[in-house]
Write a new protein. Sequence first.
Length: 135
Amino acid sequence: MAPSGYNDADTRAKLIDFAERLQHAAAEAAPHRREVEAQRERTLALFEQAKALRKTSREVEVERALTDAVDAERAARESLAKAQAIEEAVYDLKAVNPAEKKVSDTRTPTELLQAIADKGKEVDEALDRLKALMK
């Protein structure tokens, strides 16, 4: 029998439970969504405050309220972007091989330059052979 969460036909093919992933993502995104609502309410209150202050000709306070409103709206957009990124990650189906061995190039810059020079010589030799064939 295949391990839990795996297809019986091919134990290497992992099944994805989207409902569970969506539920988890929604729970993880919920604080960000609440922050969006709070910031939008703050934005509206600040715009209303600026509107009331305009009537009293208190320009410095009007500017402060408008600046705070813009900052609150920016914070709301950032929180919304975070929530959407969390929710959209549920559908990220890029193939990842967990058994893949990571290969990294450990050559020094000098060794890399030498390898480039060697390959350049190989290319020059191949071009010379092609030119000779074309004559």
